[in-house]
Design a protein around this ligand. Structure first.
Ligand SMILES: C[S@@+](CC[C@H](N)C(=O)[O-])C[C@H]1O[C@@H](n2cnc3c(N)ncnc32)[C@H](O)[C@@H]1O
Length: 265
């Protein structure tokens, strides 16, 4: 399968993400940020900031004497995030694989909220974050864990195996690059971090309507959910997925997420 693409985002998907993430990623992100116990005046890096909702919240915690920088490789998401820019809060188009524009030992804290599972390579981003954190700096990660059972992903896989969709090579889509807690521990340790906390959280999640599920997946996968298909086939694919989902109602997802807090010694 080709890697997840950063070329499939659209203005509409970015605007939708801004709305649909409020009840999910933003809520979970606030809990993640609590793990960092941010103080006034601290410098914070949000890696994969998306549309900047959580970075704005982090900025309210560090205050105007602190600084939050949000980076994301998707320019359309950063366009939305930039509407939030203010004293002590800024955004840049950048990739976790290259944080060379930031000084070594500069940030007190960094976080990746719902981002780590989108990274095909875990090693380089963690090395990059390690470099820009101060000694004693904290990194918090909330990542999807291997073993998530999402009925939507199973249905998508089945539908994409059928003609006419099967002739288009799809990326790993919303399934992404999940890790186990052990794998995350190994990645963090290998990058030089000590682990302060690592926990697998599992909860059953009643799903919304098929329409909402598809909309959420398209927006939060920045177009990877169906973006490999020609535009004219996508509506038919959505309809086929909806038919299968409707026959499996009520839908229940078992969400497994990993929360990790690591410290640069
Ligand atoms: C589900 S969104 C989470 C956004 C935000 N952290 C939040 O909590 O709402 C995943 C984000 O990961 C970003 N992402 C994907 N690959 C990345 C990379 N290589 N470096 C940095 N961010 C990346 C995407 O652009 C997207 O904005």
């Amino acid at each position: 399968m080709p890697p997840v693409s950063l070329e499939l985002d659209t203005k509409q998907l970015a605007e939708e993400y801004e709305k649909v993430s409020v009840e999910r990623q933003f809520r979970a992100g606030k809990r993640l940020i609590a793990e960092l116990a941010l103080s006034r005046g601290e410098n914070v890096l949000d890696v994969g900031a998306g549309t900047g909702l959580l970075a704005e919240y982090a900025a309210s915690l560090v205050g105007p004497t602190g600084c939050v920088v949000g980076i994301d490789p998707l320019p359309l998401r950063i366009d939305i995030a930039n509407r939030r820019s203010q004293l002590g809060l800024s955004f840049k188009v950048a990739n976790a694989n290259d944080l060379s524009e930031f000084k070594e030992n500069w940030f007190d804290a960094a976080y990746m909220n719902a981002v780590f599972h989108w990274l095909p390579d875990k090693r380089v981003p963690l090395q990059q974050i390690f470099r820009v954190l101060k000694s004693g700096g904290r990194l918090a990660i909330m990542s999807g864990a291997k073993g998530n059972s999402n009925p939507l992903h199973a249905v998508r896989e089945r539908v994409m195996k059928r003609p006419p969709y099967d002739q288009y090579q799809r990326a790993s889509g919303a399934v992404a690059y999940h890790v186990t807690p052990e794998e995350l521990r190994d990645h963090l340790t290998e990058a030089g971090f000590t682990i302060a906390r690592l926990e697998l959280r599992q909860r059953e999640h009643p799903e919304a309507s098929p329409d909402e599920m598809i909309q959420f997946s398209e927006a939060s996968s920045f177009g990877n959910f169906l973006g490999h298909l020609p535009v004219e086939l996508r509506e038919a694919a959505r309809a086929d997925i909806k038919i299968e989902l409707a026959s499996a109602l009520p839908l229940q997802t078992v969400r497994q997420g990993i929360i990790a807090v690591a410290i640069k010694p």
